[in-house]
Design a binder for this molecule. Structure first.
Ligand SMILES: Cc1ncc(COP(=O)(O)O)c(C=O)c1O
Length: 385
């Protein structure tokens, strides 16, 4: 039975060869350590789990949820945004819960793009910003992120023809995969661009709660005028160690939030109400305070080891990733294969995140300290000197 031609539009899966090699190694009995995936290893805070258990025991949560989310949940997001970012949100019109940032970003493409339209997406970037527009039958136009510009897209370099066809522009700071934090003036420039070309600015705030060295990440909605032209997708996945729970929200411009909701009512039936009530608890408690220090320690461990094996790396101020250049003479893929071959450690090839990711690799910090220390020692032992 042939699949829809829509699936043919997706780019080839760049991890395929690496995955084949990992399977081969494991079959040969190698103890492979994966630093490939950004999925927190630390458990969700106990009070959130207790809130889930209590809510799940109440039959009142067992029926179809409302797709708009319980009022308590929308109010909890509003309280969190006011406390954390100083941003006022109307719980009735400016907040809708989502089943993770991934669902939300993907559905924004269906909600806003037509076949002749464009979504502007960072390169390298989270793959849903580029796969989503293709599956929606539209086009993704890449905005290069390069170290010389602090991994910020050059919005002034977007051609008029593209700007006129653009409906969405994706930003994400702290940034996956580069670990960059938002450079001064970028959010302001994005607001101007959104106004000028009637483009919805979508800021993916998946990593605002995971920052280091005293840096505090802003919300895009703190930028003057942001709510006129933009929305923010806020996720609890990374900051609260809740990737499996599927809990996030879209917040900001009321018309855009309503458009997203209109689409969503036709696609899913909302979030289990017990998860909604547990999310209220999570938001009111705030993210677990110990996590940034844990990741910062791991970041330093990794950056020190990389320097010792001759990889020049800038320690990131946020996210759960280290983004580093591959040594001369290698492509991203060839270096990741060498690392796997020599040390049994999996790191991600930068090219998998877009053409401008070529020449880099990504290490995820979401593995327990013992295994991370072992991975780092193997790298030193096999690739040092
Ligand atoms: C930039 C970015 N956005 C969204 C997501 C997915 O988040 P969620 O678990 O909320 O769907 C990820 C996960 O790695 C990510 O890196």
């Amino acid at each position: 039975m042939p699949p829809s031609s829509r699936l043919d539009r997706l780019p080839p899966y760049l991890f395929a060869e690496l995955e084949r090699k990992i399977a081969e190694k494991k079959a040969a009995g190698v103890d492979v350590i994966s630093l490939g995936i950004g999925d927190p290893d630390t458990p969700t805070p106990a009070p959130v789990i207790e809130a889930l258990a209590a809510a799940a025991a109440d039959p009142g949560t067992h029926q179809y949820p409302s797709n708009r989310g319980r009022p308590e949940l929308r109010e909890a997001f509003a309280r969190f945004y006011a406390r954390r970012f100083g941003v006022d949100l109307d719980p009735d019109s400016e907040i809708i819960p989502a089943l993770g940032a991934k669902e939300c970003v993907f559905n924004l493409n269906l909600a806003f793009l037509d076949p002749d339209s464009v979504a502007l997406a960072a390169d390298p970037g989270y793959p849903v910003y580029t796969g989503g527009p293709l599956l929606a039958g539209a086009e993704a136009v890449l905005m290069p992120l390069v170290p010389e510009l602090g991994f910020a897209p050059d919005i002034d370099a977007i051609g008029l023809d593209v700007a006129q066809r653009a409906r969405l522009l994706y930003l994400n700071y702290p940034n996956n995969p580069t670990g960059a934090v938002v450079p001064d003036g970028l959010f302001e420039r994005a607001v101007e661009f959104g106004r000028q070309h009637d483009v919805l600015i979508v800021h993916d705030a998946s990593y605002t709660e995971t920052t280091f060295d005293g840096y505090v990440a802003p919300s895009f909605l703190e930028t003057p005028g942001a709510k006129e032209v933009g929305v923010e997708v806020f996720s609890l996945s990374k900051g609260w160690n809740m990737t499996g729970w599927r809990t996030a929200a879209i917040v900001g411009n009321a018309d855009a939030v309503a458009t997203y909701w209109k689409l969503k009512t036709n696609i899913d039936s909302g979030q289990f109400e017990a998860v909604q009530l547990a999310t209220v608890r999570a938001l009111d408690d705030g993210p677990p305070a110990e996590m940034p220090a844990i990741y910062q320690r791991r970041r330093d461990l990794v950056c020190d080891a990389l320097r010792e094996i001759g990889v020049e790396v800038t320690p990131p101020k946020g996210t759960i990733y280290v983004w580093a250049p591959v040594p001369e003479g290698h492509t991203s893929a060839s270096y990741c294969e060498l690392v796997l071959e020599e040390s049994g450690v999996v790191v991600s090839p930068g090219g998998a995140y877009g053409p401008n990711g070529e020449g880099f690799f990504r290490i995820s910090l979401t593995i327990g300290d013992d295994r991370l220390t072992e991975a780092v020692e193997r790298l030193r032992g096999s690739l040092g000197g």
